[in-house]
Write a protein that binds this ligand. Sequence first.
Ligand code: AMP
Length: 332
Amino acid sequence: MLAMAAAQLGYRTVVLDPASSCPAAQVANAQIVGSYDDEQALDQLGAVADVVTYEFENVPEQAARHLAGQGRLFPGPDALAVSQDRLIEKDFLSSIGISTAAYRQVDSQAEIEPAVSALGGSAILKTRRLGYDGKGQARVQLNSPNDAFQELGSVPLIAEAVVDFDCEISVIVARSISGEVRCFEPAVNVHRNGILTESRAPSGQPGAVVVAAKVAGTKLAEALGYVGVLGLELFVMADGQIVANEFAPRVHNSGHWTEHASVTSQFQQHIRAITGQPLGDATSSPCHMINLIGDEVATVPALLADGGWQVHLYGKAQVRPGRKMGHATRLN
Ligand code: AMP
């Protein structure tokens, strides 16, 4: 989607990805097939590209630092590093006054019990690194007999208090090289098994919640000195308070609807930001987006038969349970 947005503005795109004919390469001008830590591949990319960006937060920090040392990498490696470690991320959010769930560092099975106890008797354990779409997570209760530490791979964890939220929203924020910030309308999101299934914008939340979400997103982008688009996921409590879950240093699935519903999509906004151009109007029409997960891709003919849905399939070769195959957006 970024490659398509870049093409719209007349840019040519080279994609570095370990899988040949990956979704982005299918709509880019060229691909370098290589792993994200292959220095030769990174050098090849750095040599041909005027600007480098990433849309996957598990690109190794070292690879980002390597490219940043060669020229223009946006967003910079510091934002990537903060988002890659859930503990550092929560420390950072707290340090700039954005509230999060209460949390504890957990480095062994023995540390689980006191952490869960301190967090009120139940908690969500998450691997600090490399988790996504609910992977690398386990709910634990006090005195539960399981060996959660081992089950999660015996790696550093964070224990989070279980947030009793009313709903989940997200705000997509763009910040340009000159420091201009624009937020899209926050969307309300529904997850199943930790995977986003649908988003609606506007969120239907009161104005104060919408403003608080935009203020938090803006504060985060500014504190990170961020250039590009980021997505901040928030829990909304019954009293209207917002609690940050996490942020993604990239265009975000809960903003894929901007492709059809916004004057400027999050993808074009990102390309504008990283190429040093002014941001576009982020105003959007009310809409509903559904993710097509695994077998749900079979509903595409029906979605197309109903002329109101705009379908975007990613070109993934294989359908797998839980795999995001595409999304569809409908203007309300
Ligand atoms: P994450 O991978 O952190 O984005 O978590 C995936 C989903 O799990 C979130 O969108 C929430 O629905 C749920 N979740 C994550 N952390 C918490 C928490 N501390 N309390 C309640 N639900 C959570």
